[in-house]
Design a protein around this ligand. Structure first.
Ligand code: G4F
Length: 332
């Protein structure tokens, strides 16, 4: 039997790299779509997939160009397509709403249209987000909770959700949406608050800096461990029927709690090193997110394993090691 083929957009990111590793391990022929600039700067932009680079095939493609996506889909003829690529930093979407909306909405539409025209049997995954819930209308949030996005990023994800559902209903594409709550790891980008805190605490412990500047410490998020979340993506595409699923831990914690634990694991008191910068507050904040993963648990058989404190520990220990600090005990 020939190997199943998977195409991943956003393969160089945190989620894309973990998903590619999972699919390689499962015996898939894995293809990734990346921007041409990434192919020209492998040591930097392809660093997260360096370990599996010789076991995957990369194709140049741009979310801004339907012909480029269409060409990749037609050539690869994937059985499964995971559309993860996006402008994913919420804060940036306030600085440039136009490019966030263009890239995220058109990019998703182009991917769906390319699948519909060139590989209609392919199963499709769209990376939805808890940012779609925004100003939450109920707690915890589940698949039936109404969306109220608070940023251009959140709006673009709601549009992607609607596009995905429409391709499912109108054209019979096996298209599912994962409504993923925040998920972090040692591979998280430095612009996101968790990594900014863990890398900052490690740099302070190493004597390389003295403070970390943060915005709203009271925002609460449902933070899980990214490698477990890509498993949920894969499980969605193994179902007979396409559907939408909340993927979350069911626990919520504040940015302040994250900072307190991270700094203490680095042997520091966050109150002495965190400076509040009003410029880092968002014009419209998402104050509270907490997901109800009951459907993912019952239908997909998916459960999160890594609890909040363990997640913080994994991230802090990795950053301490990178900063040249020996870490004695790790439960990781
Ligand atoms: O880490 P964040 O930037 O993540 P955010 O905005 O929750 O979005 C992430 O999770 C979503 C899933 O729910 C994804 F869809 C999205 O792509 C992304 O991965 O910010 C978390 C919270 C916010 O409330 C923010 O205001 O932390 C607060 N915060 C406080 N100080 C900060 C900072 N966030 C950042 N990035 N930097 C700060 O200095």
């Amino acid at each position: 039997m020939s190997r199943r083929k998977a195409l991943i957009s956003g393969i160089t990111g945190q989620d894309g790299s973990y998903l590619a590793e999972l699919l390689v391990e499962k015996g898939y022929e894995v293809h990734g779509m990346v921007r041409r600039v990434a192919l020209e700067d492998p040591s930097n932009r392809l660093r997260r997939i360096a370990d599996i680079r010789d076991r995957i095939t990369l194709h140049a493609g741009s979310l801004e160009s339907f012909p480029s996506l269409y060409t990749v889909v037609r050539r690869v003829q994937p059985d499964e397509c995971y559309h993860l690529a996006a402008q994913s930093f919420v804060s940036y979407s306030f600085d440039d709403a136009f490019s966030t909306l263009n890239t995220n909405i058109n990019g998703t539409h182009y991917m769906l249209a390319a699948i519909h025209e060139a590989a209609p049997q392919c199963r499709f995954y769209f990376a939805g987000s808890s940012e779609m819930f925004g100003l939450v209308e109920e707690t915890p949030q589940n698949e039936r909770t109404r969306f109220h996005p608070r940023s251009a990023y959140g709006i673009s994800k709601v549009a992607g959700f609607d596009l995905t559902r429409n391709y499912r209903e109108a054209y019979g594409i096996h298209a599912s949406v994962g409504i993923l709550f925040n998920h972090e790891s040692e591979r998280r980008g430095f612009e996101f608050v968790t990594r900014k805190i863990t890398a900052g605490a490690a740099a302070i412990a190493a004597g390389a800096k003295t403070e970390v500047r943060l915005g709203n410490l009271e925002a609460r998020r449902d933070w899980g461990y990214a490698p477990e979340y890509v498993e949920a993506m894969w499980r969605m595409l193994q179902q007979d029927r396409a559907d939408d699923y909340v993927v979350a831990t069911g626990e919520t914690h504040s940015v302040r709690e994250f900072a307190e634990i991270a700094f203490s694991l680095a042997g520091l008191d966050y109150r002495e090193h965190v400076a509040i910068d009003p410029l880092l507050y968002r014009p419209a904040e998402v104050d509270l997110l907490i997901g109800d993963p009951a459907k993912a648990r019952s239908v997909l058989g998916w459960t999160p394993c890594t609890r909040f404190e363990e997640l913080v520990r994994k991230m802090v220990e990795a950053d301490l090691r990178s900063a040249g600090i020996a870490v004695k005990s790790s439960r990781a």
